[in-house]
Design a protein around this ligand. Sequence first.
Ligand code: SDX
Length: 428
Amino acid sequence: MSETAQLKIGDKTYDLPVIEGTENEKALDISKLRDLTGYITLDIGYKNTGATKSAITFLDGEQGILKYRGYPIEQLAEKSTFIEVAYLLIYGKLPTTEQLDKFQFEINRHTLVHEDMKKFFDGFPSKSHPMGQLSSLIGALAAFNPESLEPGLSAEIVDLEIHKLIAKMSTIVSWIYKKSLGHPVNYPKNKFDYVTNFMYMTFSQPTEQYEINPVVISAMNKLLILHADHEQNCSASTVRIVGSSDANLYASISAGISALWGPLHGGANQAVIEMLEQIKEDGGDTDKWINKAKDKNDPFRLMGFGHRVYKNFDPRAKIIKKACDDILENLGVQDEVLEIAKRLEEVALKDPYFVERKLYPNVDFYSGIIYRALGFPTDMFTVLFALGRLPGWIAQWKEMKENKEPIGRPRQIYTGATDLDYNDISSR
Ligand code: SDX
């Protein structure tokens, strides 16, 4: 007999089915609540509300656990590659050698971007934010792939669009970077694997031979893996709800990119470095800035700290923090702000304000330090987050489609004016 919960309203008692997930999470199924009781629930920001059932990513905010399709993030970050993790998230299983080779081959076949897309690039002001460019350019891909607009797409067409999107986003991200420098773009070389191809397109110059540094490629794989999915975060939920209207995959991903741009979400990795630089310029007085973050009258927040779900260490932050020291040492890079970040973390983790609110470093706190060591400018950090998150967004969109979920349409409680009659402007 499955578990039920009782809801008492007035003199009536209603049974609500309880749903239990494979990691023992429990939910009240309120899908019939309004029909049964006339009531809806209200949960602004959805802190207590599940929007779907998903088999892609599991995270436990209290324990600081993150798993993709059941595999711990620590093992994937250590042993896998980004393209293998992309396959795992999207298709639900670790690929065989043959499946992985075919996946990489299909992606490589689509790394070229239609030359007419350059007209869009040329239209952007050279210093316009890369995230605004990326969301526009990814949405524009639908114009070059009309087959993606057909309703009821076949599995073959869905796979084709997935390959195209993963392939072309990498090329587009590198072109956005090159354009910001006024440098010529590079075309993909399909002899390279996905991450090497991306780093080649991004950093090679026509004036010299591009040297592949295995430490850099390994670090980039790790960073992209750590960003690949995170269940129903703001941008993944955006992708799902846009896709639920039968909007095409490019439009859904473009919407996810826009959601990620916000400094409270993916934009935090850029905001962290800007904050650390500000503290450095201000003399490095971490206590002063911790106090500002605690001051209710001061809008300043400690960027890279806190999380909607993690009320313990973000496991990704732990992995990135460890990788920071290794990578900076390997590359012979000294970065003053790393020491400021470590001091901030040390002080915050002892301060009652942060301890009581369970505010720990999140994925964005250290990632920017590595991106900078790899040669990326600060305003490219969130674009790199998007490149990493792409397989997760695709997996979420695909699962929503395969589960034939209805169009997302939340209800509300109306609190506005009532029963007014129109009056002519002359009498207002
Ligand atoms: C990502 O959801 C995901 O999975 C996202 C993500 C992913 O992989 O997709 O993990 C990626 O978005 C990571 C988060 C990146 N954002 C930042 O680092 C921005 C700084 N963090 C905060 O803005 C905040 O912590 C949020 C937005 C991340 C979470 O906000 P919540 O859960 O809504 O928390 P809250 O705003 O209700 O804050 C609770 C209390 C408040 O104080 P009180 O009103 O209780 O006195 O904690 C305080 C807040 O003022 N607080 C902070 C703080 N974060 C929360 N105070 C100072 N500095 C901070 N960073």
